[in-house]
Design a protein around this ligand. Sequence first.
Ligand SMILES: [Zn+2]
Length: 81
Amino acid sequence: MQVSIINSDEGLFKVTSAKDESKFYEVQLDPRVATCTCPHFKLRCARAGLECKHISQVRSILVDVNNENNCFDTGICNNGG
Ligand SMILES: [Zn+2]
C-alpha cells in the first residue's frame, strides 16, 4: 500500500491497493470529512462515519510530513551532525 500525492492543495492522494498494486484508490482529505473511492469505504465506512485503511494510511504519511516541518522550524535538523 503506497501513498502518492495527486494534489496537496486539494488534499488529493492516490493509494495503491494492498492486494493488487495495479489498482489504486483516490483519497480526498477534506478538513471536515475524508473520502475514499474504494468499495469498502463506499459500502460501509461512509454510512458508519468511519475511515477506511487507505485514509488512515494517508493520515499517517501526513503526520510524518508535519514532523519534518516541525523539525525544520526548530532548526534542529540544520544543526545536526
Ligand atoms: Zn479506502
